[in-house]
Design a protein. Structure first.
Length: 325
């Protein structure tokens, strides 16, 4: 046992399991001191999680079986069964481990939503104050284009991440697939939904193909065909199929922003400021809430005690765990 929270034990093998997920198998192996320091950090997180989970249970905020299953299905859906099981194996965890973690994380989130997030208010005065102190941040130096994309490649991709697990494996399939997508867009299908279902770009498919705002200078450095297409689109309009070197792309110009100072009443400026202020307050209240919760809990960190008792030497805790099998 490496720690106890209100009598609930946190065992060494649990810390070791989470530790392994933090250390890259491909990177340089940390020294024994570095490894032990990281394990102390992992243990501290597990202590906080146990304290918050106990609070969630007392307030009847523990996640239900249905909520856990829904989240599990959401995590699993982008992968084939084989890929999903391989990921679990690589992380050294089982399905039961994952579901237990999901129940804990969902329960803690419900607790924090009620005890922290619900108490945050952002006033118009807060927004105005932030804007006046950060005016330069909202001065757009050059035209910007908010763009979304759907990408199809003519090759098999083991990291395919769209909701349909749909992947073209050769050029003929890719051309048929991108034409099917364009046909559906032309008959009114939602761009973001199709991107999530079919786009083969792993970094943007989950967000509906969004590339965010791209300055005109960045467009100048992209493929000339892409730049010409973007410059010729009106906001809300979808491009024809753009054949590039190793893929086919369909773009949507979501919005175009002219250069100049954005005013405090601009909806995007308002949203950016409110999100920033909310995140800052949430982090502050979150830290304070955990500090108070720890004050009220009975916590013993046996691993930390061993490290101190060893007085600079490596304690038994630094030695490889002995298998009980």
């Amino acid at each position: 046992m490496w720690a106890a929270v209100n009598g609930q034990e946190i065992k060494r093998d649990e810390v070791e399991k989470y530790y392994r997920t933090r250390v890259s198998s491909e990177g340089q192996e940390p020294s024994q001191e570095e490894a032990l320091s990281l394990k102390l950090n992992v243990l501290d997180e597990l202590i906080n999680n146990e304290i918050l989970l106990e609070r969630a249970k007392k307030l009847n905020l523990e996640a239900s079986d249905g909520e856990v299953e829904d989240k599990f299905t959401e995590l699993k859906s982008p992968f084939t069964e084989e890929e999903f099981n391989r990921q679990l194996k690589d992380r050294g965890i089982t399905v039961d481990d994952l579901k237990r973690d999901l129940r804990r994380d969902l329960s803690i989130q419900k607790l924090l939503n009620r005890e922290v997030v619900s108490k945050i208010t952002i006033t118009d005065q807060d927004v105005a104050g932030f804007y006046n102190a950060n005016k330069a941040q909202f001065n757009v130096a050059e035209p910007q284009y908010q763009i979304a994309q759907i990408v199809v490649t003519p090759r098999k991709d083991p990291l395919i991440r769209n909701r349909k697990n749909d992947d073209a494996t050769n050029d003929a399939e890719a051309r048929r697939k991108i034409q099917m997508i364009l046909d559906r867009l032309n008959t009114g299908a939602d761009f973001a939904q199709l991107a999530m279902d079919y786009s083969e770009d792993p970094t943007t498919s989950a967000t509906g193909g969004s590339l965010g705002y791209i300055p005109e200078s960045s467009l100048n450095q992209s493929d000339p065909a892409l730049k010409r297409t973007v410059m010729g689109l009106k906001p809300g309009q979808v491009s024809p199929i753009i054949p590039l070197k190793d893929k086919y792309v369909v773009l949507k110009l979501v919005a175009r922003e002219a250069p100049g100072q954005r005013g405090p009443s601009d909806p995007q400026v308002q949203q950016t400021i409110r999100d920033t202020l909310r995140n800052r307050k949430e982090q502050l209240l979150h830290a304070a809430y955990i500090a108070i919760a720890r004050n009220e809990a009975r916590v013993t960190n046996y691993l930390a005690e061993q490290v101190i008792e060893a007085a600079g030497k490596l304690p038994d805790a630094a030695k490889p765990a002995v298998s009980t099998k």
